[in-house]
Design a protein around this ligand. Structure first.
Ligand SMILES: NC(=O)c1ccc[n+]([C@@H]2O[C@H](COP(=O)([O-])OP(=O)(O)OC[C@H]3O[C@@H](n4cnc5c(N)ncnc54)[C@H](OP(=O)(O)O)[C@@H]3O)[C@@H](O)[C@H]2O)c1
Length: 304
């Protein structure tokens, strides 16, 4: 955790300095800017996540707009992206034929139809990156009927403001260079961690659903602040900035989370009084919440 803590509130370039050894080793293999100069990346499904990723990779200079393609069944979604970022809109099949890297960003329930539509255009020189929650790479391979290099990714909603947490798992045919490319894309919208695919249900329960838990906790604190006299606007500002500040401190500090907590908890003081109430069951409740999300992720995976 300490290594990751150094980098949360930093820019893409600063994060590259920290994780750069791994990336540079692999990017150098092709030439430093191979991604920005030669490859084309295509996003199928131009919704929230694809928009966040496109914004991030343009901002970080990993790709220029001319190398970014996108397709969507909704003309409005694709028009918005074209207007905002100058990317090229295509049909799904055209996009597959023209891209080196294909990011599948449709909802899980649309993935079977999509894969059946594009499978004849997909070949083993493509790199497929799927962000569809709960869809195993084996399922994608079996529909495509071929062994294509693939990376499965579980991002989270803070990617929309370039503060995401994405876990990446490498498929059987994917190389270290494929993983380096995928990491560079998701580093443009936050932090990354590499995991085995079997850990994806755990990842979903922790960082995938995590923003929901944090928002719930924020809502509880805002309600409690209002109950002791603060107005809603000020209460929200106090709570949101407190979460942001505490998160940045946790990332940048050399101290553990427990030590940071102890540092704001004087014996007999106000924080100690508040924490005494949390100690009546917050950890146990959090444990149950994460286990419930984990079980649900496993169940949903069985039904896909
Ligand atoms: N949002 C998150 O926080 C988050 C986090 C982790 C993972 N994910 C995963 O990321 C993926 C995208 O999520 P999102 O929130 O960005 O979804 P979204 O905003 O609904 O975007 C998906 C887009 O794909 C379009 N689409 C559906 N079928 C298509 C097809 N056959 N060909 C081309 N486009 C098609 C959809 O159109 P219609 O609306 O008309 O169907 C929609 O415009 C999902 O698989 C989700 O599980 C999202």
């Amino acid at each position: 955790m300490r290594e990751g803590i150094q980098i949360i509130c930093q820019t893409y370039d600063q994060r590259l300095t920290v994780y750069g050894d791994f990336l540079r080793r692999h990017l150098f293999f092709y030439g430093e800017n191979h991604m920005a100069k030669e490859r084309k990346i295509g996003f199928i499904g131009a919704g929230n996540m694809a928009s966040a990723l496109i914004k991030g990779i343009i901002k970080s200079n990993r790709y220029i707009p001319e190398q970014i393609l996108a397709s969507d069944i909704r003309p409005k979604a694709i028009k918005n992206l074209q207007k905002a970022f100058g990317i090229t809109p295509l049909s799904n099949r055209e996009l597959v034929s023209e891209s080196n890297t294909i990011v599948i960003a449709v909802k899980p329930q649309n993935i079977t139809d999509l894969l059946n539509e594009i499978k004849d255009n997909v070949h083993d020189k493509h790199l497929i990156i799927s962000i569809a929650a709960g869809i195993p790479l084996a399922k994608i391979s079996s529909i495509l009927g071929k062994n294509v290099p693939m990376i499965r990714v579980m991002p989270n909603t803070p990617a929309l403001v370039q503060k995401g947490m994405s876990a990446l798992a490498k498929g059987k045919a994917a190389t270290d260079e494929d993983m380096a490319e995928a990491i560079s894309i998701f580093m443009a919208v936050g932090e990354t961690v590499e995991v085995e695919e079997k850990m994806m249900d755990a990842i979903t329960a922790v960082s995938g659903s995590g923003p929901g838990y944090v928002f719930k906790m924020m809502e509880c604190m805002v309600d409690a602040a209002e109950a002791i006299g603060l107005d809603s606007k000020k209460a929200t500002k106090l709570v949101v900035q407190t979460f942001l500040g505490a998160s940045c401190l946790a990332k940048e500090s050399e101290h553990s989370l427990s030590r940071l907590r102890e540092m704001v908890t004087s014996p007999g003081g106000t924080t100690a009084s508040g924490l005494a109430v949390f100690n009546e069951g917050l950890c146990e409740m959090t444990n149950r919440a994460i286990k419930a999300a984990y079980q649900r992720s496993i169940e949903l995976g069985k039904n896909t």
